[in-house]
Structure formats: structure tokens, C-alpha cells
Design a protein. Sequence first.
Length: 318
Amino acid sequence: MPQMNRSRAQTYLRPAVADPHAALLRTPETLYRRAASPPTGNADVPVLHLLILAVVQGITEFLPISSSGHLVLTWQAFDALGWESGITRESDRLVLDIAVHVGTLVAVCGYFRRDIAAMIAGLIRWLRGRRDSGAQLAINVVIATIPLVIAGMGLKDRIGVLRDGTVIAATTIGFGLLLWAADRMTGLTRRLPDMAVPDALLIGFLQILALIPGTSRAGITMTGARLLGYNRQDAARFSMLLAIPAIVGAGLVAAADLHARGAVQLGLDALIAAGFACAAAWLAIALLMRWLRTAGFTPFVVYRVVLGLVLLGLIYLW
């Protein structure tokens, strides 16, 4: 292997070190703010870093390509390039990760506001003794969320060890191919109003796999729905509705963490990142739903396989 390529690979894979040239990356001031250390010990985060994290999260959260895996890779890229993010503690990085998830929550609630209104109205009518499609959809969302809540509470202290490049590469490829198989081998006849509790529960159990970085919560739930024969748009629609309780739970955990540590500056940075993520996510949802009217998931599968192979190459060949 040429010495130049070996050096570049080592630079990419090793943790970032102090770089005297990194100060150049903070100009012009319209893109970067100088990192500062407030009394709480939390650093100010450059705006461009927040924008990149938010766009990555907003675009990837509802596409079947793994938002968590892309966020891990984005942080690793920041470190490898020597970009001073001002955030070095893993707990602070996770808070920002969750903040951009909350931004996507606002986007999905806004885009699917009619479904949400129908579910609320349906639940009210159900309490009065009448059960309609809105109530059934709400019940299915709750049923499919329960397995993830239980697994998340039990595994929350063990998930960190899986935030690894090799794991992300393997899950990106493997679950991408599973999505391709489900999309190609099953029919398109079933609609979301046809979904019964057993189907919702199966999708819920599959959603547990999304705790592994690189799996893609959107991807695995769409895969499950397609395996059951639901059409592509309804598979995506149910997947995005499932994102609402999942993101709410993660956001509450992050809010409690911010309150306990008094991380005021990090809270402001998180708010900025959430706003950027909301705009990117709304656009991504609209484009995906339009795409699935006439096309399938194959482009996303190709992207996942290529990305996974590139990651494996960087890890084991360079």
C-alpha cells in the first residue's frame, strides 16, 4: 500500500488530535463561531457543525438508510478531519443527536397532522363505544411501540458498545439486502386500514433491531410492513407514525439530562440543530412519499450496500 494512502487511512480512523491549522476552519465567522468554555464546562458548538448534523439527521431519519449510523459516521468524520466541534464527551454528543431527532419529530407531526388528528378523534370515539379506522391506527402504533420501549429500557446502558464502524457497515449492508428482498418478493395489495394487532406487534418486535446503529428504524419497520404485503406508501406511512413515540421518548431522556446538568449553552445549540433538522426532514418526507407512488426501495438498498462496502474498505484495507 502506498505510504500516502496508509497515512490518509490512519488519519481517518484515529481519534482527532490538536491541529494548529484547525483555527482556519473557524472562518469566516458567518459559518463558524469561536469555541468557548462556559462555566458549566460545555463548549459552544460551531454553527456549521450543527447544520451538518441537522441535515444528515433530517434527511436520513425517515429514509431507510439509518440516521443513527450516519450520525455516528458524521461525528467520526469531524474527529478525523480535525474539525473542532467543541463537544468531546460522548454524553454531550448524544444529547445533540437526540436534539436533531426532536427536530424531525416536529416535521413528521406536521406532515402527518391529518393522521394524528384522526387517531386522536378515533380514540375519543372508541372511549365512547365506537371503534373506527382512526382508533385502530392509534392502537396499532401503541402496540408496535411497546416492544421498543421495553427493550430500550433494558438495553440503554449496553447500546454504546455497538456504536462502531464495523457494526454499522455490517448492519447497513445486511438489513439493506433484507429490505430489497421484502420489497421484491411480496405483493402490494394490503392497505394500512387492513392492519390487525398481530401485524403491528410483529413490526414492533422488528423495530427493536433499530437499537443497533446502522439498522435504520425506518428501514426495518418498512421491511416488516412490506414482508406482510402492505404497499410501499402505507409501509412508509406507518413507519413514520411509529417514529413519533420513539422520538418523544428519546427527547424526554435528553431533556432530563440537560436539566440535571444545567447545560444552558448546549441547550441553545440543541435548539438550533433541531430547527435545521426539522426543515430537512420535512423535505425528505415529502420527496420520499412522492417517490414511493411509482417506484420502490432499490435506490436506497444500492446506497446502503455501497456505503457499507466503503466503510469496510476504510476499516480493513486502508
